[in-house]
Design a protein around this ligand. Structure first.
Ligand code: NAD
Length: 313
């Protein structure tokens, strides 16, 4: 089985590459290294079953050429920073929607019809629901990143309807773990290394979200893929619990061995404009298939803090 992974040199993508190669897939990574890191896939570069292509999805001609001969596409490439949309308003339009269109069109030209996609909880927007099932609607994102994800979901769905594609789309919770390069854990560790006495926390610290460990995420993606076979397979990928931002700050200080750190909140319910402060994903659909995250949200956060500290970013 020949897999084509966009964003395979990134945080989640590189773990997916490790697992697919272990499972005897032949793997091509297509990545422009805008937020990925070649060192994450360095250990595979000399393997016969592995190919790395340093290129951009915005280059339709190149992706059409490189896709030739593959059986399945895992589409993880995107701008990963929700916040950047505030200042670069065309970023998610290009990296989320145009890049996805190019990939789908290149697949159509190569007669490749299976696509797995890394969507996000942010497509649901800000709601009052305690827990969001895949059937929740209307989906009204409040960030440009979320709009990019929802637009990409729409395009994939349309290619399924119009060109008989088949898809597995996953709305991830917050994914953390080894090789994590962004997000609240990395941010707190970097800040505390600079100043171990005081930690600036965006918002009021009560933001509360589910955190999913990266190996659970990869395991869930592959479990859904091998255990469901509808034309459109849409899943939330999450654990059942949540962690507050203040709790993350406490765990980071504990793991760094710091005491008497003063937490300075910037205030307001959200970290930045477009941030959804509280949500939980309903993970029942994956559970019915037989999959469940192995770690709780708090266990995930603690393990990820240790990973990031060990990596010495
Ligand atoms: P990441 O930045 O580590 O990975 C994204 C990869 O895509 C990078 O290697 C980057 O270089 C590559 N890329 C970006 N634009 C590209 C382009 N135009 N052409 C080719 N390659 C390109 O981020 P991640 O956290 O591993 O996220 C992977 C996917 O999962 C993304 O689509 C992200 O939106 C989604 N996601 C992540 C989380 C999370 O918590 N990490 C949550 C929900 C969804």
């Amino acid at each position: 089985m020949k897999a084509f992974i966009t964003g395979g040199a990134g945080f989640i993508g590189s773990h997916l590459v490790d697992t697919l190669l272990k499972n005897n897939y032949s793997v091509t990574v297509y990545d422009n290294l805008s937020s990925g890191d070649k060192s994450f896939i360095q250990h595979h570069l000399k393997q016969k079953e592995f190919t790395f292509i340093h290129a951009d999805l915005l280059n339709l001609k190149r992706v059409t050429k490189e896709l030739q001969g593959h059986d399945v596409v895992f589409h993880l490439a995107a701008n990963p920073h929700v916040r950047l949309g505030e200042t670069q308003t065309d970023l998610d339009l290009n990296q989320g929607i145009v890049a996805t269109y190019n990939l789908l069109e290149a697949m159509r030209q190569n007669d490749i019809k299976k696509i797995l996609f890394s969507s996000s909880s942010v497509v649901y927007g800000e709601t009052t629901e305690p827990s969001l099932p895949e059937t929740y609607g209307p989906t009204l994102p409040i960030s440009l990143y979320g709009a990019g994800k929802l637009g990409a979901e729409g395009l994939i769905s349309a290619f399924c309807g119009t060109f008989d594609f088949q898809t597995w789309m996953y709305r991830f919770a917050n994914v953390v773990g080894a090789r994590g390069t962004h997000g609240v854990i990395v941010d707190f560790i970097k800040k505390l290394r600079k100043n171990p006495h005081e930690l600036e926390i965006l918002g009021d610290g009560k933001q509360c979200k589910p955190y999913l460990y990266v190996s659970d995420c990869v395991d869930g993606i592959l479990f859904g893929y091998t255990h469901s076979n509808q034309k459109m397979n849409l899943f939330n990928l999450s654990c059942d619990t949540t962690t507050t931002v203040t709790r993350i700050a406490e765990m980071v200080t504990e793991e760094m061995g710091l005491t008497n750190v003063s937490f300075k909140y910037t205030g307001g319910v959200r970290g930045w404009k477009g941030d959804v402060p509280r949500f939980q994903l309903d993970a029942e659909k994956m559970k019915k298939l037989g999959w469940k995250a192995t770690l709780t949200s708090d266990e995930t956060v603690r393990k990820a803090i240790r990973d990031v500290l060990n990596a010495n970013l």
